[in-house]
Design a protein around this ligand. Structure first.
Ligand code: SAH
Ligand code: MG
Length: 210
């Protein structure tokens, strides 16, 4: 089994909300877009590391680094009483969700610790102190209106011309899911900074043109 096959099979075993076809598309477009060299990629929304393994596999192959950003306390829909709550992820110390230990275990088991680097904190605070231009940005953080728009405003200007912007959970039909990821996807296109490259399930892939 090749290293790539090993990682893509391992990704299947990681907890998360990334269907396999969309994870493979993340990996595919990241790889297709990149030439070997030291590029900087960042994902907003790490959870337990599933998308980080799909992207991390492509990052490793290209000598890139993926920052995987999360405060690790879950989004609204992950909290007790909501649709995507997982009691196994609650830290008995303070009763809050904590996905960081699981994320760390995922990245260690994948042997991606020199490729996927954790950034622990609120997205906007990190963005304010993050000056490095991004060759790939994957937005999969909070899906509420304010949080999604804040991520769009704070992170998309950091994508280099020629770089990729990927957005997850884009549902045009409100019956399929919350609309903010769709709204920021439309905003990216209407800004004329980004054009469509591809779509797979709820994943949208765009590239920055100016
Ligand atoms: N990309 C992951 C899933 C991410 S789920 C995968 O496919 O495996 C969304 C994550 O966004 C949650 O872990 C939540 O804690 C995080 N999140 C939501 N709002 C955030 C914010 N403002 N700052 C940092 N992380 C945030
Ligand atoms: Mg998602």
């Amino acid at each position: 089994m090749s290293r790539r096959e090993e990682l893509l099979a391992f990704a299947d075993t990681v907890k998360g909300f990334m269907p396999r076809n969309e994870g493979l598309a993340l990996h595919h477009y990241a790889l297709e877009h990149s030439s070997v060299g030291s590029a900087t990629w960042l994902e907003v929304g790490a959870w337990c590391g599933k998308s980080a393994v799909y992207l991390g596999s492509a990052a490793e192959e290209t000598g890139s680094v993926l920052y995987s950003l999360d405060h690790h306390h879950g989004s609204e829909e992950n909290q007790a009483g909501w649709e995507h709550f997982d009691p196994a992820l609650v830290d008995p110390h303070d009763g809050r969700l904590n996905t960081l230990p699981t994320w760390q275990r995922t990245i260690a088991d994948a042997r991606l610790e020199a490729t996927v680097l954790g950034l622990v904190g609120p997205s906007l605070v990190v963005a304010r102190h993050f000056a490095q231009p991004l060759d790939i940005l994957f937005i999969d953080g909070g899906h509420g209106h304010d949080v999604a728009w804040a991520d769009y405003g704070a992170w998309t200007p950091k994508v280099v011309v020629g770089g990729l912007l990927m957005i997850h959970d884009v549902f045009e039909n409100p019956a399929d899911g919350g609309r903010p990821p769709f709204e920021i996807y439309v905003a990216a296109l209407e800004s004329a900074r980004f054009i469509d490259v591809a779509a797979e399930g709820s994943l949208r892939v765009l590239t920055r043109v100016n």
